[in-house]
Design a protein. Sequence first.
Length: 334
Amino acid sequence: MGSRCIIKALLGIGLLTGTLAPPATAALPVITSRGKNYVPLSSMAPYYTMQVSEPARNRVRLQNRWYTLDFETNSRRCRVNGTLMWLNRPTRRISGKWAVEKVDFYQVIDPALRPYAFLAKAGSKMVVLDPGHGGRDNGAVSPRRVFEKLLTLDIAKRVRNRLQTRGITVKLTRESDRALSLSGRCKKAAGWNADVFVSLHADSAGKAKSAKGAGTFVLSLPGCYSTGSYGRGKPPSTAYEGNRFNAANTALGYRIQQNLVKNTGQTDRGVKRARFQVLREAPCPAALVEVAFLSNPKEEAMLIDPAKREQIAHGIADGIAAYLYDVERGREMK
Ligand SMILES: [Zn+2]
């Protein structure tokens, strides 16, 4: 057994990873209902060597020493080690068993829990940060006239500094307050052979002042709804450029959201899915972060404070670094 095989064996029994990790090829039994395939939570549990419990009404928990999966029944909300991951479809009772659709297991849960198993071919050399808006396009403007376009640029530079001190190569799609098309941003990233693309934004809910928190978007899956338009019409089946990286998108989004919320203590709005143009056209694994709400007075105050912006940048940089570490682990296991 060579050293690589030993590493593989250790990973297989969880000594290095902190989990019992079966090979990526292991297939779980599915149950079929009305033409759709579901993975029962009771089958997922042995796969991860987890115990199943129902800690509260409408909750199913899968847990081992290291990891916890919390499912809300008849809901798309699922927490992976405490971080909210929106499922494509609700956890349902199928043939007497709580189950998620196969796509949610393979494209959402497993890439978040075992990212290294999906990232053997992913790159880790070049991070491109994309400060949203710019020039004439102010983005959201808060009641105290804080401009999204300036915030995103400030935070992007802070994230860059933090990544560079770790020896990571970073480029920004814009360095100043200037206009740049959405396609232009992705083309720049492609020209630089980006391995990671992260677009930065701040949200606004208009007059709804109570909306708050941080959220991270990754590209919707073909044939699945975007998180915010669940159940409306028929979801498009189109596969975009960005859909070549589905599992890596999930892994990246999860790491960013997990670290952003951990560093700032903000409300966790979760890893969501949308068909934003920069995500559709991204030439590599990509995420779009909505750092906070400019329309919420408390969050506006937070965004005005440079120390808080540094905290946000810290979280995003940690998230990107964690993803790059997952990529390295994926390569070692290959
Ligand atoms: Zn924006």
